[in-house]
Ligand binder design. Structure first.
Ligand code: NAD
Length: 502
């Protein structure tokens, strides 16, 4: 059985860890690889290496660093097909979705290629008589990224291109369920000319992560995963004096106003709720209406579309038509999603389309579940309160715009949300008042482009700075402000004991 290796100091190395975690192809349920959970010593070794590589990388000019990332971007593009296949093989999402995820990651690399512009700092000439002030943004040191299973390429690429372009070194701890892609990214970075030790990959579990969170030489931690873990990582990392950005779970609502084109809105909801089998933090698993007539029309439009959804393996033979979505990540997650649907029925939601127990022919051992639609979901129900992370869409019938807005604002998660309407005033009121970090107006999955920033509110993110974009640059740098006066200028040479004013 092939073992996925760590990547430390420019080389693939086998971990001596005794705990072995199997990697499955979720479409077939067959084990395809395995990965060893690194030992504490190996996690520390990665920090040693990243710390040693830091001074030279930090002193490399921003332009030279950017050129390596530019080369990395070219290599990514050249290898898109094989990278996408690897994502699909271990994660299960359909091939075009893997290409989409790579493209969104690539966009952050493109942003990072222009980072020298954002590292310029500011300059005030003659801030006082004969005195100039400038600020510089300097790298932090060793940074760590801990990433979830659902975007094995995109989420790491939200982090390391920005961290590296700013002059930091990086240790990536990917998810153990689909870890191969990170090692391929490390190889491509090396091929692009990145010096050894600047980017490292250490596989592991909770205990290794805790070592990285406590290790004094680690200066910043970027985490993306479930909210319970995000909160713990934020607390522990902060206690140990690190900068931490920890992004968590979501339950994004789409508000469907009575004036919409129902067909177009149903299609938008379909892609946003069922794409990637609902395993996206920016999926839209809840649609809220403000009148029964719109809710009835929406259910009628969605029902046949959901029944007709095609799900199956993410990679097909030439000439076969691609599926709409693939399997869930593991058997355990399939059980969790099935249990949520059982719970929805028990708690009284109306099950309009039931995806339980439906497997595509020939893939009976894969972790598949069909699209599911619930109507008359209420805020007290578990399927409303908790993140399901599966292909399950619920419709909540509110009685007014204000009630719908209040519902969204009271939910514990506030990652993304969207409004579907032709009414500008309603859209403006919604975008102004809604308590969520990323808002779409007739855009179901409003993931900001790389030159903006990504981040949720409430229990969806524990951080003062968002991910990538200008916030990413601020997160991965510390600012130094220099006040300069040259002696030949005719200045008052008497000592002054009052707080200086310029
Ligand atoms: P997870 O929390 O189980 O794991 C995420 C990472 O944390 C993994 O690398 C895992 O090994 C590590 N980890 C687990 N326990 C840990 C601990 N105690 N201390 C430190 N690290 C620990 O999440 P997952 O199941 O891989 O991913 C799905 C979750 O991620 C969903 O909740 C989804 O909403 C969320 N997510 C959020 C965003 C976002 O931008 N907000 C993006 C993608 C995924």
């Amino acid at each position: 059985m092939e073992t996925v290796l760590n990547f430390i100091n420019g080389k693939k190395v086998e971990s001596k860890g005794e705990v072995i975690s199997p990697i499955y192809n979720p479409a077939t349920g067959q084990q395809i690889r395995q990965v060893r959970m690194s030992t504490a010593e190996e996690a520390i070794e990665a920090v040693d290496v990243a710390q040693s590589a830091f001074p030279a990388w930090a002193e490399t000019s921003p332009l030279r660093r950017a050129r390596i990332l530019f080369k990395f971007k070219e290599l990514l593009e050249k290898n898109f097909d094989s990278l996408a296949r690897l994502i699909t093989e271990e994660h299960g999402k359909v091939y075009s979705d893997s290409i989409g995820e790579l493209t969104r990651g690539l966009e952050v690399v493109e942003f990072a290629c222009g980072i020298p512009h954002l590292l310029k700092g500011e300059f005030s000439e003659q801030a006082g008589r004969g005195i100039d002030i400038h600020s510089a943004m300097q790298p932090l040191g060793v940074c760590v990224g801990i990433t979830p299973f659902n975007f094995p390429a995109m989420v790491p690429m939200w982090m390391f291109p920005v961290a590296l372009a700013c002059g930091n070194t990086f240790i990536l701890k990917p998810s153990k369920t689909d870890p191969s892609l990170s090692v391929r990214l490390a190889e491509l970075l090396k091929e692009a000319g990145l010096p050894d030790g600047v980017f490292n990959v250490v596989h592991g579990e909770r205990y290794d992560n805790e070592i990285l969170l406590k290790e004094p030489r680690v200066k910043a931690v970027s985490f993306v995963g479930s909210s319970a873990v995000a909160a713990q990582v934020y607390k522990l990392g902060s206690e140990y004096g690190k900068r931490v950005q920890a992004l968590g779970a979501a339950k994004n609502h789409g508000l469907v106003m009575p004036d919409v084109d129902i067909e177009a809105t149903a299609n938008s909801l379909l892609g946003a709720a069922f794409g990637a089998a609902g395993e996206r933090c920016m999926a839209l698993p809840i649609a809220v209406t403000i009148d029964d007539e719109t809710a009835d029309k929406l259910v009628n439009a969605l029902k046949p579309k959901i029944e007709a959804l095609r799900y199956g393996p993410g990679l097909l033979k030439d000439g076969e038509k691609e599926m709409d979505f693939g399997p869930l990540i593991t058997q355990q997650h399939l059980n969790n999603v099935t249990n949520y649907i059982n719970k929805g029925v028990e708690e009284g939601a109306t099950l309009v389309v039931d995806g339980r127990g439906k497997k595509p022919n020939g893939y009976e051992n894969g972790y598949f579940i069909g699209g599911t639609l619930f109507d008359r979901v209420t805020p007290e129900m578990t399927i409303y309160k908790e993140e399901i992370f599966g292909p399950v869409l619920g419709i909540v019938r509110a009685k007014s715009f204000d009630e719908a807005l209040d519902l969204i604002n009271k939910h514990q998660f506030g990652n993304g949300t969207a409004i579907f309407t032709n009414n500008g005033a309603a859209a403006r009121e919604f975008t102004y008042k809604v308590q969520a970090g990323m808002v779409g107006v007739n855009v179901p999955i409003p993931v900001p482009m790389a030159f903006h920033c990504f981040g949720g509110w409430k229990d969806s993110a524990f951080s003062t700075l968002n991910v990538y974009g200008p916030d990413g640059v601020r997160f991965y740098t510390k600012m130094k402000t220099v006040t300069t006066r040259w002696p030949e200028v005719n200045v008052n040479s008497k000592a002054s004991f009052a707080m200086p004013t310029l």
